[in-house]
Design a protein around this ligand. Structure first.
Ligand code: UD1
Length: 420
């Protein structure tokens, strides 16, 4: 197993190019199951998660070719209906094959993904949405089994206790595009990745409107065709680099990123003294030497993303003053607190909140990555800390950040990978 070693305390400078969005790529790759025809997807990031999804598509009967970010998915006869435990358990995102398998085959058997370190992750909204379309939903030996003689459009309210659900919206959309009649999803997730999925489905010949808003209207069609599509930029990767730039008080140019997808982050950073300049696909971060603390709550899009909460906490850890961080999407997503505290941060959890008392500086230490975004927070902490930070279990980072070390080296970070 490898570890990352970061020598902190250096300013970053220059330009970084953002990859395609992991959370767009996964459902869009799953949507290729809806057609027998070839699909070509561009700007697919090379990540552990996208490679797992390729394996899953192949195990379901597709043939794939993946080179330099271009993924071609071809049919070679009928697809299978079972997504096995060994693939789904390594990546929750693979649960989004449930909707397309049910839409295409009228049956699906997909392993339940289980919980993970960021908290209990139920699938009741997925089940509710697919049931409303007429599927019989049962569980059997750790698998969700979905069956339907025919799927019929329905009006479905998909809001949950924690707001809308991204992958439940994706699953219901992908089943509804091949259902009879009209489906209206109310309280749909509005994330840009859902909008991207809707655009791909439209390219395949589906009738979808309203994707990217809380009401999505779908008129079912008999079949879908092959399509060509390019994945949008990864707003979470872009946000992570913005936070790295602010934490190290550096000016950075972030290319192939769309600021419109990051307004909640940009707004809070502007309020604490960071300046931004942007064009359609470039974000320039201009830092003052001092910033003030800010409190945040995460919410579904367009609110502050839970996937940037840990990285924001790493920034607040070295911002003098007190900030309060609350995660309304995953209230237990605080595994990074203990690791940041090992580096000298002063953060404590009080119920639903993390209270961060900013310190002057962090100190390098060996730390353990617990999940994807917590790992990114440790990289930010390592970049600002005095001395050497060793980050263990970096396979979490490889799930979601393409070429992270290379990109960081290019902007002046001192980072290397070592065998443990
Ligand atoms: C997606 C993202 C993940 C991100 C999350 C929230 C992908 C592959 N992953 O995950 O990176 O952190 O959105 O922005 O796109 N919930 C229920 N019942 C359900 C489903 C979800 O109560 O049936 C709850 C969850 O526990 C959570 C909240 O709803 O509290 C939002 O989860 P959801 O949007 O479904 O997350 P994912 O789609 O799994």
């Amino acid at each position: 197993m490898d570890k990352l070693v970061i020598e902190g305390g250096r300013r970053l400078s220059g330009e970084v190019r953002i990859s395609g969005a992991k959370n767009s790529a996964l459902p869009i790759m799953a949507a290729t199951l809806l057609t027998d025809q070839p699909c070509t997807i561009h700007n697919v990031p090379k990540l552990r998660d996208t490679l797992t999804m390729i394996k899953l598509l192949e195990s379901l009967g597709k043939v794939t070719r993946y080179e330099k970010g271009k993924l071609v998915v071809l049919g070679k006869g009928p697809i299978k209906d079972t997504a096995p435990y060994d693939l789904v358990s390594t990546m929750r995102g693979s649960f989004c094959v449930l909707g397309p398998l049910l839409g295409k085959l009228r049956r699906a058997r997909v392993s339940l993904p289980g919980g993970c370190v960021i908290g209990i992750r139920p699938v009741d909204l997925h089940v509710k949405g697919l049931k409303a379309l007429g599927a019989e939903m049962t569980t059997d030996a750790g698998y969700i089994v979905a069956k339907a003689k025919r799927l019929r459009g329905a009006r479905i309210y998909l809001g949950g206790v924690f707001g809308s659900s991204v992958l439940a919206t994706a699953n219901v959309m992908m089943a509804a595009v091949l259902a009879n009649g009209e489906t209206i999803i109310e309280s749909a997730a509005c994330e840009p990745e859902i909008e991207d999925l809707g655009n791909f489905l439209v390219r395949m010949g589906a009738h979808v409107i309203g994707h990217g808003t809380p009401r999505i209207i779908i008129r079912g069609v008999k079949e879908l065709l092959g399509a060509d599509h390019s994945i949008i930029a990864d707003r979470i990767e872009a946000g992570t680099f913005i936070l790295m730039s602010v934490a190290t008080r550096s000016d950075l140019t972030i290319r192939d990123a769309y600021h419109g997808h990051l307004l909640s982050l940009i707004d809070v950073l502007e309020s604490i003294g960071v300046r931004f300049e942007y064009t359609d696909d470039v974000i320039r971060v201009i830092n003052r030497r001092t910033i003030t603390p800010a409190s945040i709550n995460t919410y579904p899009y367009p609110g502050f993303p839970t996937d940037l909460q840990a990285q924001f906490m790493a920034l607040m850890a070295t911002t003098p003053g007190v900030s309060v961080i609350t995660d309304r999407v995953y209230p237990d997503r605080f595994m990074h607190i203990a690791e940041l505290d090992r580096m000298g941060a002063n953060i404590r959890r009080e119920g639903l909140h993390a209270i961060v008392q900013g310190v002057k500086t962090l100190h390098g230490a060996p730390v353990m990555a617990s999940d994807l975004r917590a790992s990114a927070a440790l990289v930010i902490a390592g970049l600002t800390a005095k001395g050497l930070t060793e980050i263990h279990r970096i396979y979490h980072l490889e799930r979601g950040y393409e070429d992270l070390e290379k990109k960081l080296l290019n902007i002046g970070a001192k980072i290397s990978r070592k065998k443990v």
